[in-house]
Design a protein around this ligand. Sequence first.
Ligand SMILES: NC(=O)c1ccc[n+]([C@@H]2O[C@H](COP(=O)([O-])OP(=O)(O)OC[C@H]3O[C@@H](n4cnc5c(N)ncnc54)[C@H](O)[C@@H]3O)[C@@H](O)[C@H]2O)c1
Length: 272
Amino acid sequence: MAYGLLKGKRGIISGALDEKSIAWKVALKAKEEGATFTLTNAPIAMRMGAIKQLAEQCEAEIIPADATSTEDLEKLFTQSTEILGGKVDFVLHSIGMSPNIRKGRAYTDLNYDWFKQSVDISALSFHKMLQTAYKLDAISEWGSVVALTYMAAQRTFPFYTDMAEAKAILESIARSFGYHYGKYRKVRVNTVSQSPTVTTAGSGIGGFDKFYGFADAMAPLGNASAEQCADYVVTLFSDLTRMVTMQNLFHDGGFAMTGVSEEVMGMMQGKE
Ligand SMILES: NC(=O)c1ccc[n+]([C@@H]2O[C@H](COP(=O)([O-])OP(=O)(O)OC[C@H]3O[C@@H](n4cnc5c(N)ncnc54)[C@H](O)[C@@H]3O)[C@@H](O)[C@H]2O)c1
């Protein structure tokens, strides 16, 4: 059911790689709620072609941009405002990649060049997006910027390796930039800490399947799906959440606040 929450709003949605991507679901939901937006992803991801299908469905133009390049980001914001006919009201940062995870390096054996890439792609890109938008004054007053994160920023999940550091920086950027953008244009900046979700980035993490089941058994509401994440993100883009900023918001069915569940205790005792 659509509520028209984003009627008349313009935005930029990054990170839709395929139909499993969280950003893909956000795009569909934003469209359903009345928004117009541009889609963006790294030029290399474009070649896989799936984003074109989403663009058609959403009547959106695609602007390729490597999120680590400020030049690309400048083009992204400039072209988006031209195409959409004005400043943007919302931006989704849904970008993450760790070469160390991809290549199976343990946390105690990290390759530091790759570590820098993980941080550049997964965290500094958020600062670069915000700084580019700030300098171009490309986001409207009371606009909303959301980045997706994971709870390994607060607690240790051994298999998440250097992405834990990247997410901690990402969440810190939301607080720091949230202050400055709030003062400047009343733009709010938040991170959404999502449950494990079956996507290309998610499934690339070692032991993901078992962990997905564990998190599902731990959270009283179970794991939140990508569609449910999209529902939540859309509320954060809407005018109903205007005074929420500089927050890390858990969207995880209660996982973050649960010490242990009866299901997990049962698993330890060899029960179903
Ligand atoms: N899947 C999960 O379990 C989970 C849980 C919590 C948070 N998240 C976060 O959600 C976000 C989206 O991930 P997803 O799970 O939808 O996976 P995904 O693989 O579908 O999306 C990751 C996206 O990052 C893009 N990307 C990588 N390098 C880039 C670059 N240099 N420039 C621009 N884009 C680039 C990829 O092309 C891809 O579209 C990530 O920040 C991820 O860490 C995922």
